[in-house]
Design a protein around this ligand. Sequence first.
Ligand SMILES: NC(=O)c1ccc[n+]([C@@H]2O[C@H](COP(=O)([O-])OP(=O)(O)OC[C@H]3O[C@@H](n4cnc5c(N)ncnc54)[C@H](OP(=O)(O)O)[C@@H]3O)[C@@H](O)[C@H]2O)c1
Length: 247
Amino acid sequence: MKNDSERVALVTGASRGVGASVAGFLAEAGFNVVINYHSKSSRAEEVAHIVREKGREALLAQADLTSENEMKEMIKLVQEKFGCLDLLVLNASGGLEKGKDADYPMQLNLTAQKRAVDLSLPLMLDGGRIVFVTSHLAHFHGVKPVYPLYEPIAQSKKAGEEALRAYIPELSKRDIKLIIVSGDLIEGTITPKLMQRQNPGLIETRRKQAGVLPTAEEFARAIASSGLDKQLETGTTIFVGSTDWEI
Ligand SMILES: NC(=O)c1ccc[n+]([C@@H]2O[C@H](COP(=O)([O-])OP(=O)(O)OC[C@H]3O[C@@H](n4cnc5c(N)ncnc54)[C@H](OP(=O)(O)O)[C@@H]3O)[C@@H](O)[C@H]2O)c1
C-alpha cells in the first residue's frame, strides 16, 4: 500500500492562475506534483519552488498539449521520475490566443484533453482520479447564454467534457473516477478581462448578478478537494459560484 507522501498528481496549465494554486494545495495535501506549462517557464519555476517548500517533489514538464509528441515526452518524463500517477487535473485551457487557427479551441479543449487521458491511463493507478476543470459558460453551453467572444471556448470545452464523460464506463472498470469542477467567472483572472474588452462592464455586471465572484484560490481549493474526496461519485459536477446569469 502506497503511503500518502508517494502520491503523484499531474496538473496541466499549472504555471499560473487557477492551476498554479491547485498545484500548491495538492502539495499541501501530500502530493508530489508534475507542473505542466506551455510557455511561462519562470512562473512554472516559482510554482515548483512552492511545492518544494511544502516538502513535496516537483517536476517541471513543459508541453504544448496540442502537440502529440510533446505530450508523449511529458508522460515519459513522469514515468521516469515517478513511475505512476494517482491524479490527473485537466486544468489547461485556451482559445482566445492571437494568431491561432480557428480550430485551436477544439484542438486544446477537446482533442488534447482526450489525448491526455489516453496517454495518462497506462500510468494511472487503479482507484485514481481525473478532474476536468471547466466554466459554467461551457458546462451550460447550448442551455444558457454565452458572451460572443467566449463562444468557441464554451463550445469546445463542452465537447471536451462530454468526450471525457464517455470514458466513464472504461474508467470505472479500474475504479478511476472522473469529477468535473465548473466555475463562474473568476475574480482577477485574465479570461474575463479579455471578454470585457468586447463587453465593457461585463465583470461588474456579473459580480452584481452573482453577489460575489469566486477567487482563483477558492476555485483551486474546490478543484484540489475534488481530487481528494473519496465520497464523490464518478461523473459528479461541482459548481463553484452562482450558476444563474443573464447576458
Ligand atoms: N478564469 C476564469 O474566469 C475561469 C472561470 C471558470 C473556469 N475557468 C477554467 O479554469 C481553468 C484555468 O483557467 P485560468 O483562468 O487559470 O487560465 P490561464 O490563467 O489562462 O492559464 C492557462 C494555463 O494553461 C496553460 N496553457 C495554455 N495553453 C496551453 C497549451 N496549449 N498547452 C499546455 N498548457 C497550456 C498556460 O500555460 P503558460 O502559462 O505556460 O502559457 C497556463 O498555465 C481553465 O480550464 C478555465 O476554463 C476559468
